[in-house]
Structures are given as structure tokens and as C-alpha cells.
Design a protein. Structure first.
Length: 127
């Protein structure tokens, strides 16, 4: 669905610990770091990056922005959510679980990473 997504961070080491854990729950290998100190998580489906802002200003989260990660089962979503909380993230909104909405029944869990970026774990059950 996407080629790449970057989020900003004020502490790359802290972000590496967090994203190695939550993306590791998806089976993604630990980040590779380039010579500028940026983190890259690369899969056949796209790339996720973490960087200090290029403009030198402090990183901050997007109000209203969410990055969603797809999972095959509710148990994988739960493992992702647990890994995120244990690695310094914050559980937000309702506890992980099924919700009904305009897109049907979804299993969802929400986290904020240590810099405040909003993340979603999503499982779409068969109809």
C-alpha cells in the first residue's frame, strides 16, 4: 500500500528499542542504521524509517495522524501491543479488541511511540 513512511524522533536509540520490539512482533528484522543515524526497517511490502528531523527542529507527532500495521490474527495484534508497551510505548484509546464501524468488524489496538506518534495494529477477520 505504501512505499515508505518516516516518523521523527528526538532519541534514535530509544526509538530503535521501541520499533525493534513492535516491528519484531511483525517478524521484521531489527533496524539498519545509515551514516546519518536514520533507522530503516525494510520488508518486501515497504520501508519504515525513523529519523531526527532534517530541519533541526524537535520531532513531534502528527495530530490526527495514524500509522496502521496489518496482522493475520488478533493474537499477533495483542503481541505487538504488549511488545510496544514493554518497550516504552503507551497504550491509548480502548483496550485491544474488536470494534464495529464503517469498514465492518476489525480487531484494533492503539499505541503511541515514545515520541508521541500514533500507531495502530489491525486485524481484519474474514467476513
Amino acid at each position: 500500500m505504501y512505499s515508505h513512511i518516516f516518523v521523527g524522533s528526538n532519541d534514535i536509540d530509544r526509538s530503535k528499542k521501541f520499533y525493534d520490539a513492535v516491528l519484531g512482533a511483525l517478524g521484521v528484522p531489527p533496524a539498519r542504521m545509515d551514516d546519518r543515524g536514520r533507522l530503516f526497517y525494510i520488508t518486501p511490502g515497504g520501508m519504515f524509517g525513523v529519523t531526527k528531523p532534517i530541519d533541526g527542529e524537535a520531532a513531534c507527532h502528527a495530530n490526527g495522524g495514524t500509522i496502521g500495521f496489518a496482522f493475520d490474527t488478533p493474537e499477533e495484534v495483542d503481541a505487538w501491543h504488549t511488545a510496544g508497551v514493554e518497550a516504552g510505548g503507551t497504550s491509548i484509546e480502548d483496550p485491544p479488541g474488536y470494534r464495529e464501524g464503517g469498514f465492518g468488524k476489525l480487531y484494533l489496538a492503539y499505541l503511541r511511540d515514545p515520541d508521541g506518534n500514533k500507531l495502530c495494529g489491525l486485524h481484519r477477520p474474514p467476513e
